[in-house]
Design a protein around this ligand. Structure first.
Ligand code: NAP
Ligand code: MG
Length: 491
């Protein structure tokens, strides 16, 4: 396990020698210490990234040359997949099969952006037809510069990949800050990148707190772009900081995403996707479909079946065979989710199942999968993100009512609809005010497709070709034809 900062191709302790503790959420044991970067360390990292961008030629390499590094990183991740997945489990708490899937996806993300980097070479410029035939013009894409990437703890390596892979593919250099509670696998990414011979300064990883290391990144004048995934309040702070020197910003924030189930749906299929939409990753998923709306005709039967299946979920240490729900990531997160359940009860909601620390778990940040019914529409439980395994479920009668309830949110990250009537499903999908819409499923995420939110769920899109655009500027180059005369001042 790595414990130092990775800056300018070297491993280094924090300037003041400080560290923070690494805790296993399944056991509450402190098992490691990692360097806590200071603003001084961030400054060194940003300067290294600037030099790599401005002088050492990373953006000048062809896309194909950069793609070789990206593919080597993908291979390096896959070569150590099980070991890295294990680190993710002891750091984040998620069940091993989920971690294993995340790590494979992270490798796939590097491969995907290697392909897009190569395409940059084939398609470097776009000719533009102008209204004045004496001029010719073209648009070219160029990397933005130094990208500061700040990520959350729910998909530690995968969120790093979503930012680092497109940034490097575009020709940007990167300073990445992982979340303090889950920094282990980002440091392994640095080690893997280092083994590929990635030039010093191209990728720098600074572990540490948001208020010190994160703040230093967003305040640094040498950073051209901030890519952030995390909470709304921190997203606001980042936009405000970026406004001071007009840094480019992309934000992937939270949500309170609806899942509308019509009464022609198969109940077991609906229950399967509802559960996947809220209990996968302990519900610590920005796009979790945490507000389920079920048409009256099947509401009672569906809720009964959902409770029956939810009670069967095997809770435990993510390293144990067959576990489907691990602990929440941290003590703080556990306290926040428990407080949200208590507040929901106080507001009049009924706990239909779960809501407690599971029996027999004295240690570890465990919480039963929880279903709330009768949640008032104006309560925090219905309106705010809980970011835990807590589902709110309500009946509706008409399609119109379902759409209105679904869109009545300040968020707009994701939305899902289930119906055997394809025309109706498409109509509802079109009516959702959300950036990601699933029909007859919830959560499957593909590197090729755009990811991001409407309204307070964020700005910009990650993944797919949109994710690459996030790290590119557009430049027009317009030429006045040799031999032509302008003749404004000099006739
Ligand atoms: P968070 O508190 O916003 O933290 C996210 C990252 O920002 C962490 O690395 C954090 O550092 C850092 N940070 C905190 N304060 C900062 C500051 N002043 N300046 C710069 N960086 C700062 O969110 P979280 O609790 O880790 O993650 C959960 C939230 O993320 C949820 O609300 C969820 O919806 C959202 N999320 C969204 C998506 C999406 O794709 N839209 C995906 C995943 C998560 P430290 O934590 O190390 O202090
Ligand atoms: Mg941890």
């Amino acid at each position: 396990m790595r414990s130092e900062l990775y800056i300018d191709g070297k491993w280094t302790p924090a300037a003041n020698g400080r560290t923070f503790d690494v805790v296993n959420p399944a056991t509450e044991e402190m098992f490691h210490k990692i360097a806590a970067a200071t603003a001084e360390d961030v400054d060194v990292a940003v300067k290294a990234a600037r030099r790599a961008f401005d002088k050492d030629g990373w953006p000048k390499l062809s896309g194909a040359q950069r793609a070789k590094y990206l593919r080597a990183i993908a291979d390096g991740i896959r070569a150590r997949q099980a070991e890295i997945a294990l680190l993710e489990v002891i750091d984040n708490g998620k069940p091993f099969p989920e971690a294993d899937w995340d790590i494979a996806d992270a490798a796939g993300c590097f491969d995907f952006y290697a392909g897009l980097a190569e395409q940059l070479d084939n398609n470097p410029e776009e000719p533009i037809a102008l209204s004045d035939g004496r001029f010719t013009s073209k648009a070219v894409k160029e990397p933005i510069g130094v990208a500061g990437a700040i990520i959350p703890w729910n998909y530690p390596l995968l969120m790093a990949a979503w930012k680092v892979a497109p940034a490097l593919a575009a020709g940007c250099t990167v300073v990445l800050k992982p979340a303090e509670v889950t920094s282990l696998t980002a440091l392994e990414l640095a080690a893997i990148a280092d083994e590929t011979g990635l030039p010093p300064g191209v990728l720098n990883i600074v572990t540490g707190s948001g208020s010190i290391a994160g703040q230093a990144i967003i305040d640094h004048k040498g950073v051209d772009k901030i890519a952030f995934t995390g909470s709304g309040p921190v997203g606001s702070k980042i936009m405000a900081a970026a406004a001071r020197d007009i840094k480019r910003v992309s934000l992937e924030l939270g949500g309170k995403s609806p899942f509308v189930v019509f009464d022609d749906a198969d109940i077991d299929e609906a229950v399967e996707w509802i559960m996947f939409g809220i209990f996968w990753n302990q519900g610590q998923v920005c796009s979790a479909t945490s507000r389920v709306l079920v048409q009256e005709g099947i509401y009672d039967r569906l809720v009964a079946r959902l409770i029956e299946e939810t009670k069967k979920i095997k809770i435990g240490n993510g390293l144990e065979e067959g576990v489907l729900l691990g602990p929440l990531v941290s003590k703080r997160q556990h306290e926040q989710v428990v407080a949200a359940i208590e507040a929901a009860k106080a507001a009049g909601a009924t706990v239909a199942c779960g809501g407690m620390r599971p029996e027999g778990f004295d240690k570890g940040y465990y919480l039963e999968p929880t279903i709330l019914t009768g949640v008032p529409l104006d309560s925090d439980a219905w309106r705010d993100e809980i970011f835990g395994p807590v589902l709110c479920i309500r009946p509706f009668s008409t399609e119109e009512e379902a759409i209105e309830l679904a869109n009545d949110s300040r968020f707009g990250l994701a939305a899902a609809v289930m119906s055997k009537d394809d025309v109706r499903a498409e109509r509802v999908a079109a009516a959702f005010r959300a950036g990601i819409v699933w029909i007859n499923c919830s959560q499957p995420t593909f590197t090729e497709a755009p990811w991001g939110g409407y309204k307070e769920s964020g700005i910009g899109r990650e993944l797919g070709r949109w994710g690459l655009e996030n790290y590119l500027e557009t430049k027009q180059i317009t030429r006045f034809a040799t031999g032509e005369k302008w003749g404004w001042y000099i006739k």
